[in-house]
Design a protein around this ligand. Structure first.
Ligand code: SF4
Ligand code: F3S
Ligand code: FES
Length: 250
Protein backbone atom coordinates (compact mmCIF):
# COMPACT_ATOMS: atom_id res chain seq x y z
CA UNK A 1 0.00 0.00 0.00
CA UNK A 2 1.26 3.46 -0.89
CA UNK A 3 2.56 5.44 2.08
CA UNK A 4 1.58 8.92 3.08
CA UNK A 5 4.81 10.81 3.64
CA UNK A 6 5.11 13.53 6.25
CA UNK A 7 7.45 16.36 5.33
CA UNK A 8 8.80 18.85 7.85
CA UNK A 9 10.18 21.72 5.84
CA UNK A 10 12.10 24.78 7.03
CA UNK A 11 10.32 28.02 6.16
CA UNK A 12 11.80 31.50 6.40
CA UNK A 13 11.96 34.49 4.12
CA UNK A 14 14.92 36.69 5.18
CA UNK A 15 13.64 39.56 2.98
CA UNK A 16 10.38 39.79 4.87
CA UNK A 17 10.83 41.39 8.33
CA UNK A 18 7.58 39.74 9.48
CA UNK A 19 8.82 36.24 8.59
CA UNK A 20 9.71 33.95 11.49
CA UNK A 21 11.81 30.81 10.98
CA UNK A 22 9.75 27.68 11.60
CA UNK A 23 9.17 24.12 10.40
CA UNK A 24 6.00 23.51 8.42
CA UNK A 25 4.40 20.14 7.96
CA UNK A 26 3.02 18.79 4.65
CA UNK A 27 1.55 15.36 3.84
CA UNK A 28 1.88 13.77 0.43
CA UNK A 29 0.94 10.40 -1.07
CA UNK A 30 4.05 8.55 -2.21
CA UNK A 31 4.17 7.51 -5.87
CA UNK A 32 6.42 5.04 -7.64
CA UNK A 33 10.01 6.21 -8.19
CA UNK A 34 9.28 9.42 -6.33
CA UNK A 35 12.32 11.61 -5.65
CA UNK A 36 12.47 14.57 -3.30
CA UNK A 37 12.52 16.72 -6.42
CA UNK A 38 9.15 15.30 -7.49
CA UNK A 39 7.74 15.54 -3.95
CA UNK A 40 8.77 19.18 -3.52
CA UNK A 41 7.33 20.16 -6.89
CA UNK A 42 4.04 18.48 -6.04
CA UNK A 43 3.91 20.22 -2.67
CA UNK A 44 4.53 23.55 -4.38
CA UNK A 45 1.98 22.91 -7.14
CA UNK A 46 -0.75 21.35 -5.01
CA UNK A 47 -0.36 22.81 -1.51
CA UNK A 48 1.93 25.81 -1.17
CA UNK A 49 3.07 27.97 -4.12
CA UNK A 50 5.24 30.09 -1.81
CA UNK A 51 7.72 27.27 -1.06
CA UNK A 52 11.23 28.15 -2.28
CA UNK A 53 13.81 25.60 -3.42
CA UNK A 54 16.28 25.30 -6.31
CA UNK A 55 16.52 22.82 -9.16
CA UNK A 56 17.92 22.90 -12.69
CA UNK A 57 18.96 19.58 -14.15
CA UNK A 58 17.06 16.95 -12.08
CA UNK A 59 19.93 14.63 -12.93
CA UNK A 60 22.65 15.19 -10.31
CA UNK A 61 24.65 17.45 -12.62
CA UNK A 62 23.99 21.08 -11.69
CA UNK A 63 24.34 20.86 -7.88
CA UNK A 64 21.47 23.32 -7.33
CA UNK A 65 19.17 21.04 -5.33
CA UNK A 66 21.51 20.34 -2.38
CA UNK A 67 19.76 20.52 1.00
CA UNK A 68 19.90 18.86 4.39
CA UNK A 69 17.76 15.73 4.22
CA UNK A 70 17.03 14.13 7.58
CA UNK A 71 20.16 15.76 8.99
CA UNK A 72 22.54 14.97 6.13
CA UNK A 73 23.46 17.15 3.13
CA UNK A 74 22.51 15.57 -0.18
CA UNK A 75 20.93 16.15 -3.58
CA UNK A 76 17.12 16.21 -3.57
CA UNK A 77 16.87 15.08 -7.19
CA UNK A 78 18.95 12.01 -6.44
CA UNK A 79 17.16 11.00 -3.24
CA UNK A 80 14.39 8.46 -3.69
CA UNK A 81 11.61 8.55 -1.10
CA UNK A 82 11.42 4.75 -1.10
CA UNK A 83 14.85 4.72 0.60
CA UNK A 84 13.60 7.01 3.35
CA UNK A 85 11.42 6.71 6.44
CA UNK A 86 7.85 8.07 6.26
CA UNK A 87 8.87 11.27 8.04
CA UNK A 88 11.29 13.50 6.16
CA UNK A 89 12.81 16.74 7.40
CA UNK A 90 14.27 19.21 4.91
CA UNK A 91 16.49 22.12 5.87
CA UNK A 92 18.58 24.53 3.76
CA UNK A 93 22.34 23.93 3.63
CA UNK A 94 24.01 25.75 6.53
CA UNK A 95 27.09 27.94 5.89
CA UNK A 96 25.73 29.55 2.69
CA UNK A 97 23.59 32.70 2.56
CA UNK A 98 19.91 31.83 2.82
CA UNK A 99 17.77 33.04 -0.06
CA UNK A 100 14.55 31.64 1.41
CA UNK A 101 13.19 28.32 2.73
CA UNK A 102 15.40 25.61 1.13
CA UNK A 103 17.15 27.92 -1.32
CA UNK A 104 20.71 29.11 -0.58
CA UNK A 105 23.20 31.18 -2.55
CA UNK A 106 26.12 28.83 -3.18
CA UNK A 107 27.14 30.73 -6.33
CA UNK A 108 28.55 33.82 -4.60
CA UNK A 109 30.60 31.71 -2.19
CA UNK A 110 32.00 29.53 -5.00
CA UNK A 111 32.90 32.58 -7.06
CA UNK A 112 34.78 34.15 -4.12
CA UNK A 113 36.52 30.86 -3.33
CA UNK A 114 37.65 30.38 -6.96
CA UNK A 115 39.12 33.88 -6.92
CA UNK A 116 40.91 33.18 -3.61
CA UNK A 117 42.54 29.97 -4.84
CA UNK A 118 43.08 31.42 -8.34
CA UNK A 119 41.22 28.58 -9.95
CA UNK A 120 42.67 28.72 -13.43
CA UNK A 121 45.73 27.35 -15.24
CA UNK A 122 48.61 29.78 -14.64
CA UNK A 123 50.78 29.75 -17.72
CA UNK A 124 53.20 32.16 -19.35
CA UNK A 125 52.26 30.80 -22.81
CA UNK A 126 49.95 32.90 -24.96
CA UNK A 127 46.99 31.11 -26.46
CA UNK A 128 47.33 30.36 -30.13
CA UNK A 129 43.99 29.18 -31.56
CA UNK A 130 45.72 27.93 -34.71
CA UNK A 131 48.25 25.76 -32.85
CA UNK A 132 47.88 22.01 -32.61
CA UNK A 133 46.43 20.71 -29.35
CA UNK A 134 49.07 19.69 -26.84
CA UNK A 135 48.89 16.01 -26.03
CA UNK A 136 48.53 14.82 -22.47
CA UNK A 137 49.20 11.40 -21.06
CA UNK A 138 45.83 9.54 -20.78
CA UNK A 139 46.37 8.45 -17.21
CA UNK A 140 47.13 12.01 -16.09
CA UNK A 141 44.20 13.43 -18.07
CA UNK A 142 41.91 10.99 -16.27
CA UNK A 143 43.32 11.97 -12.87
CA UNK A 144 42.59 15.63 -13.63
CA UNK A 145 39.12 14.78 -14.94
CA UNK A 146 38.37 12.82 -11.76
CA UNK A 147 38.93 15.99 -9.69
CA UNK A 148 37.10 18.19 -12.21
CA UNK A 149 33.83 16.32 -11.66
CA UNK A 150 32.75 18.60 -8.79
CA UNK A 151 29.24 19.97 -9.41
CA UNK A 152 29.59 22.79 -6.83
CA UNK A 153 26.68 21.54 -4.77
CA UNK A 154 28.23 22.71 -1.48
CA UNK A 155 27.38 19.51 0.43
CA UNK A 156 31.01 18.95 1.53
CA UNK A 157 31.28 22.47 2.97
CA UNK A 158 27.89 22.26 4.70
CA UNK A 159 28.89 18.95 6.33
CA UNK A 160 32.29 20.18 7.57
CA UNK A 161 32.43 21.15 11.26
CA UNK A 162 35.52 23.30 10.65
CA UNK A 163 33.79 25.32 7.91
CA UNK A 164 30.76 25.84 10.14
CA UNK A 165 32.96 27.22 12.91
CA UNK A 166 35.29 29.28 10.72
CA UNK A 167 33.82 31.05 7.73
CA UNK A 168 37.27 31.75 6.22
CA UNK A 169 38.12 28.06 6.03
CA UNK A 170 38.46 27.17 2.35
CA UNK A 171 36.88 23.73 2.70
CA UNK A 172 37.44 20.43 0.95
CA UNK A 173 36.02 21.64 -2.37
CA UNK A 174 38.61 24.45 -2.59
CA UNK A 175 41.46 22.17 -1.58
CA UNK A 176 40.33 19.65 -4.18
CA UNK A 177 40.34 22.46 -6.73
CA UNK A 178 43.94 23.37 -5.85
CA UNK A 179 44.97 19.70 -6.01
CA UNK A 180 43.52 19.60 -9.53
CA UNK A 181 45.86 22.40 -10.71
CA UNK A 182 48.83 21.05 -8.75
CA UNK A 183 48.82 17.85 -10.83
CA UNK A 184 48.21 19.72 -14.10
CA UNK A 185 51.58 20.09 -15.88
CA UNK A 186 50.28 23.16 -17.77
CA UNK A 187 50.04 25.13 -14.52
CA UNK A 188 53.40 26.80 -13.90
CA UNK A 189 52.81 27.87 -10.29
CA UNK A 190 55.68 27.09 -7.94
CA UNK A 191 55.35 25.19 -4.67
CA UNK A 192 55.75 28.51 -2.84
CA UNK A 193 52.91 30.09 -4.83
CA UNK A 194 50.59 27.20 -3.95
CA UNK A 195 51.75 27.45 -0.34
CA UNK A 196 50.75 31.13 -0.27
CA UNK A 197 47.23 30.13 -1.32
CA UNK A 198 46.52 27.07 0.85
CA UNK A 199 49.45 26.63 3.27
CA UNK A 200 47.64 28.19 6.22
CA UNK A 201 45.03 27.53 8.89
CA UNK A 202 42.34 28.75 6.49
CA UNK A 203 43.58 26.15 4.04
CA UNK A 204 45.05 22.70 4.33
CA UNK A 205 46.34 23.05 7.91
CA UNK A 206 42.88 24.03 9.18
CA UNK A 207 41.35 20.72 8.12
CA UNK A 208 40.88 18.56 11.21
CA UNK A 209 40.28 15.36 9.25
CA UNK A 210 36.61 15.16 10.21
CA UNK A 211 35.92 13.20 6.99
CA UNK A 212 32.28 14.26 6.59
CA UNK A 213 33.14 16.02 3.32
CA UNK A 214 33.91 12.80 1.48
CA UNK A 215 31.00 10.93 3.14
CA UNK A 216 28.42 13.32 1.68
CA UNK A 217 29.96 14.10 -1.73
CA UNK A 218 27.33 12.97 -4.26
CA UNK A 219 29.98 12.57 -6.95
CA UNK A 220 32.23 10.37 -4.77
CA UNK A 221 35.23 12.61 -5.35
CA UNK A 222 38.19 11.21 -3.39
CA UNK A 223 38.51 14.33 -1.22
CA UNK A 224 40.53 12.65 1.52
CA UNK A 225 43.27 11.56 -0.90
CA UNK A 226 43.55 15.12 -2.18
CA UNK A 227 43.63 16.61 1.31
CA UNK A 228 46.36 14.13 2.32
CA UNK A 229 48.41 14.82 -0.82
CA UNK A 230 48.10 18.57 -0.39
CA UNK A 231 48.97 18.41 3.32
CA UNK A 232 52.15 16.43 2.61
CA UNK A 233 53.22 18.78 -0.20
CA UNK A 234 52.51 21.93 1.81
CA UNK A 235 54.29 20.56 4.91
CA UNK A 236 57.34 19.83 2.74
CA UNK A 237 57.11 23.29 1.20
CA UNK A 238 57.04 24.80 4.70
CA UNK A 239 60.15 22.83 5.75
CA UNK A 240 61.96 23.79 2.53
CA UNK A 241 61.04 27.42 3.12
CA UNK A 242 62.84 27.27 6.47
CA UNK A 243 66.04 25.87 4.95
CA UNK A 244 68.91 28.23 4.10
CA UNK A 245 68.87 29.12 0.38
CA UNK A 246 71.98 27.04 -0.54
CA UNK A 247 70.18 23.86 0.62
CA UNK A 248 67.00 24.56 -1.38
CA UNK A 249 66.35 23.32 -4.87
CA UNK A 250 64.00 26.15 -5.99
FE1 SF4 B 1 29.61 18.80 -4.01
FE2 SF4 B 1 31.52 16.91 -3.93
FE3 SF4 B 1 31.94 19.22 -5.22
FE4 SF4 B 1 31.84 19.16 -2.55
S1 SF4 B 1 33.40 18.19 -3.85
S2 SF4 B 1 30.88 20.69 -3.88
S3 SF4 B 1 30.28 17.63 -2.21
S4 SF4 B 1 30.46 17.66 -5.74
FE1 F3S C 1 36.16 19.30 7.01
FE2 F3S C 1 36.60 17.26 5.43
FE3 F3S C 1 38.62 18.37 6.72
S1 F3S C 1 34.91 17.50 6.81
S2 F3S C 1 37.72 19.15 8.58
S3 F3S C 1 37.39 19.34 5.16
S4 F3S C 1 38.32 16.21 6.35
FE1 FES D 1 20.66 19.47 -10.62
FE2 FES D 1 19.70 18.13 -8.52
S1 FES D 1 18.64 19.48 -9.83
S2 FES D 1 21.75 18.27 -9.17
Amino acid sequence: MARTLRFNIFRYNPRNPASVAHMREYSLGETESMTLFIALNRIREEQDPSLQFDFCCRAGICGACAMVVNGKPGLACHTKTKDMPGEISLMPLPFFKLVGDLSVDTGSWFRGMYQKVESWVHTSKTFDPAAEEERMDNELAEKIYELDRCIECGCCVAACGTALMREDFLGAVALNRVARFLIDPRDERTEKEYFDVVGSDDGVFGCMGLLACEDVCPKDIPLQDQLGMLRRKMALAAVRGMLPKFLRKD
